[in-house]
Ligand binder design. Structure first.
Ligand code: S3P
Length: 163
């Protein structure tokens, strides 16, 4: 099986759907943000605060380059990852990219008042970013799935594509 790389905006369900999907398919689940945090020994929020976004993006690129070495896994990427061409190119080999297309309203409901995301501190700014990124997710994706549904249902739909 190709790796399944989930992309989409913050709060689109990449992690929760990814874990569910990996369970359904009986394969390993990998989260790029988690890999970065493990390697760096600090939370993403701290990386942004201490070193800035560009530094984080370089770490993200390094992790994306490792994805083709993994075989048959489900990967959840950070919300910005697949908006960068170099990352899309890096993961493409041996992977299919799935865009979880969730509406901004649903995303806001899911995120609520959680302030751990450096790029979701302000709802208006986040909406602007959401609009800017949409085209990029669409052009990176091999498949587009409605991200407004519950995780189980979404994961089942994706699993049906790959089984
Ligand atoms: C980011 C999304 C975050 C994390 C970082 C940057 C983004 O991941 O990678 O804060 O640029 O949208 P989630 O999508 O898992 O929140």
């Amino acid at each position: 099986m190709d790796n399944i790389v989930l992309c989409g905006f913050m709060g689109s369900g990449k992690t929760v759907v990814g874990k569910e999907l990996a369970k359904i398919l009986g394969v390993k689940f990998v989260d790029t943000d988690e890999l970065i945090e493990k390697e760096q020994g600090v939370a993403i929020k701290a990386i942004f605060a201490i070193h800035g976004e560009d530094y984080f993006r370089d770490l993200e690129y390094e992790v994306c380059k490792k994805i083709p070495e993994m075989k048959g896994v489900v990967v959840s990427t950070g919300g910005g990852a697949m908006t960068f061409e170099r990352n899309v190119e890096a993961v493409k080999q041996g992977s299919k990219i799935v865009f979880l297309d969730a509406s901004f309203d649903v995303i806001c409901e899911r995120i609520g008042d959680n302030t751990t995301r450096p790029l979701f501190q302000d709802r208006e700014k986040a909406k602007k970013l959401y609009d800017e990124r949409k085209e990029k997710y669409l052009s990176a994706a091999d498949f587009v799935i409605n991200g407004d549904m519950g995780a189980r249902k979404t994961a089942m739909q994706i699993a049906d594509i790959f089984r």
